[in-house]
Design a binder for this molecule. Structure first.
Ligand SMILES: [Zn+2]
Length: 67
């Protein structure tokens, strides 16, 4: 990978393979664009993306959904 990759390229990579590499469940939200940030193989079916889908910067819930 080039060190000259654009910010957009780096963000796109982080949004695809980066999450799994970092040790997240990374199941994609049914509506797309969000990925579970819990540990891989968590035993319940509640998936949560704590980084995206916040209603505001003060929200701590992120986006939660069930498989
Ligand atoms: Zn999950």
């Amino acid at each position: 990978m080039s060190a000259r990759a654009s910010l957009a390229d780096r963000m796109a990579e982080a949004a695809s393979s980066g999450g799994r590499a970092a040790g997240y469940c990374w199941l994609e939200h049914p509506d797309g664009g969000r990925y579970c940030t819990r540990a891989p193989g968590h035993s319940d079916r509640e998936h949560i993306d704590v980084y995206r889908g916040r209603e505001s910067v003060t929200s701590v819930a992120g986006t939660a959904w069930r498989e």
